[in-house]
Structure formats: structure tokens, C-alpha cells
Ligand binder design. Structure first.
Ligand SMILES: [Zn+2]
Length: 131
């Protein structure tokens, strides 16, 4: 009996598995009157989104043109790393991390009319967000 209990205790509890996902932080620096987001590829990789999607979001949030050269984002204007970071965090909160299970295993799905759907591969949740 004792042995069995010990064996059972060794089984990892899959049902209580918690999300350990940490939103990556942006790495930026100001160059002249532009702000360079260096690690966009890392951010988009973690988000499993295209860097263009994040670039588009930042353009809207910051209200300035952004040039994506495929390696980094060149943001018009001077922004502190904190400001960019806040936007990145919000992007992950809204578009990447599942509202239901808080895992980042999601995809987005467009269904016209400016609506974007977040589809979670971990728990199957599907909900609309503003695109
Ligand atoms: Zn989910």
C-alpha cells in the first residue's frame, strides 16, 4: 500500500500543468530620430506570428510608420524600451496568449469584416478580437 502510494506520487500531475510562458521583452535602441527594435524575429518566433503582424500592430499602437527590413523594425520617432515593451506585452495578451487556458499555442484566423479570431490549439477555445 505504501509502495503504491509512493508510485502514485511520482506521476506528474498533467492536469495542473501551469503555463510557464513568459512574454519576451523587446530590445530597442534609439538611433537619431528612429527607434530600432532589434529582436523582432525573436518576438515573432515566440508569438508564432509573422513579424509583419507585430509591425502592423505597433504601427497602429504607436501611430507612426514602421519599416520592417526583415531583421529588425525601424520605428519612426524616439520611443523608450518601456513603451515598446508595453505594446509587445499587450500584443501577446490580446493576440497570442489564450484567454481561456493562458497558453501561447494559438493561431489567428481572419473571417472578414475586420474581425480576427484567436484559435487555441491547446484547449480549443475560439474567440474574436479586434484586428
Ligand atoms: Zn486555450
Amino acid at each position: 500500500m505504501e509502495l503504491l502510494e509512493r508510485a502514485l506520487n511520482k506521476i506528474p500531475e498533467l492536469s495542473v500543468e501551469k503555463s510557464t510562458f513568459i512574454v519576451p521583452e523587446s530590445e530597442t535602441f534609439v538611433q537619431g530620430n528612429k527607434t530600432i527594435l532589434k529582436n523582432i524575429l525573436n518576438l515573432s518566433d515566440k508569438a508564432r506570428r509573422k513579424s509583419e503582424d507585430i509591425s502592423k500592430y505597433l504601427t497602429k499602437e504607436l501611430g507612426v510608420p514602421i519599416n520592417n527590413d526583415g531583421q529588425q523594425l525601424i520605428i519612426s520617432g524616439k520611443f523608450s524600451n518601456d513603451e515598446i515593451n508595453r505594446c509587445i506585452k499587450r500584443y501577446f495578451d490580446v493576440y497570442v496568449i489564450c484567454r481561456e487556458c493562458h497558453k501561447p499555442d494559438t493561431q489567428t484566423d481572419t473571417e472578414g469584416r475586420g474581425m480576427l479570431y484567436v484559435v487555441c490549439k491547446a484547449c480549443g477555445a475560439r474567440y474574436g478580437v479586434k484586428s
